[in-house]
Design a protein around this ligand. Structure first.
Ligand code: FAD
Length: 304
């Protein structure tokens, strides 16, 4: 359950990343609390960083110092009467969407092609043009820095386009009531629907994704957020970058906002390509692209 020097490439959707000093994969809330206790009494090193399925995270090539805690093994969920779903933070979104459809709970189809967990989905306010996490979230359960379990209402989480209160430093600030919180579960709500048509919708959404996105190669989904009123993929394509290769990372010939790992891609290649694309699109169109993927700083064990 706790692995020293664990290659993060094994736990990253894009298969990139050096070793974590320690990676913990607790399978239950008591196991997670034990890991947090071990960090607070110095048996495991800080800093602590929480991850889900790492489908929006670029780990550094040099690895990461401290203890990384992945919630992806806390993956249970229950579909209750009335379309309410109680999910652990590590529940895999496409699986949750599948079972909701099968049980005739509508409102979760948009999650069918988002390869993340409930926790990561809340932090990112993951979504599509049709819907986003904020639309279905009633409340989240978190463990705060002191080990206390608290329930926060979805309406208090300051959701925006692919953003929430949990992101960046806002949730980590000393003094913030949410400082250092880890999401351990969520209550989601859908509405009643017809299982056959919901299953048909699930299959159609999946096949639409396979047609329009490069799903046969590892990636992090959309690299840049869509600027107001336009699509990053279109701007990158118009700037002539589609298919461009740097090291082992390619700008997908199918969808220019997806950078895929062709086999030996490094975080360095990915970052360099992002910088080149951003600069080129800015020069050509005046639009400054903003990252949607999160680039983790190189805090390799050797550098601290
Ligand atoms: C092929 C592909 C398609 C995609 N399509 C979409 C799409 O259509 N729409 C979309 O919005 N995204 C999409 N994504 C991006 C990604 O799947 C989402 O952002 C997803 O919500 C990330 O979830 P995760 O569990 O992988 O989170 P991670 O990438 O592991 O983490 C994301 C952030 O959440 C934090 N975090 C994760 N779990 C917790 C927790 N339990 N407690 C506290 N903090 C936590 C991490 O520290 C990090 O800051 C796509 C990605 C891929 C690879």
């Amino acid at each position: 359950m706790i692995f020293p020097d664990e290659p993060l490439s094994r736990h990253s959707a894009i298969r990139i990343g050096g070793p974590a000093q320690y990676l913990a994969l607790p399978g239950s809330l008591p196991a997670l609390l034990e890991v947090l206790e071990a960090v607070s009494c110095g048996k495991l090193p800080g800093p602590v960083r929480y991850i889900g399925n790492a489908s929006n995270l670029l780990f550094p090539d040099g690895g990461m110092a401290g203890t990384l805690i992945s919630l992806k093994r806390m993956s249970g969920f229950r579909i209750l009467d009335g379309g309410v779903i109680e999910a652990d933070a590590g529940a895999y979104l496409p699986r949750l969407a599948f079972h909701a459809a099968r049980k005739g709970v509508a409102g979760f189809g948009f999650l069918s092609g988002i390869p993340g967990t409930v926790g990561g989905g809340v932090v990112m306010n993951a979504g599509t043009r049709s819907s986003e996490m904020a639309d279905v979230l009633l409340e989240v359960r978190v463990v705060d820095r002191t080990g206390r379990i608290r329930t926060l209402s979805g309406s208090d989480l300051e959701f925006g386009y692919r953003s929430s209160l949990f992101q960046e430093n806002r949730a980590l600030m000393e003094g913030s009531p949410y400082g250092g919180c880890v999401i351990v579960g969520a209550t989601l709500s859908g509405i009643s629907g017809d299982p056959d048509s919901l299953m048909e919708e699930w299959v159609n959404l999946r096949s639409e994704r396979s047609r329009t996105q490069p799903l046969s190669l590892p990636s992090l989904g959309s690299v840049f957020r869509n600027p107001e009123g336009c699509f990053s993929g279109r701007l990158i394509e118009q700037s002539g970058w589609k298919g461009h290769l740097r090291g082992g990372i390619q700008i997908s010939p199918l969808h220019a906002n997806f950078f895929v790992n062709t086999g030996r891609g490094l975080a360095r290649d990915f970052r360099e390509l992002m910088d080149s694309v951003r600069e080129s699109v800015y020069r050509g169109t005046g639009v400054l692209l903003e990252a949607e993927v999160e680039l983790l700083p190189d805090l390799s064990p050797a550098s601290v």
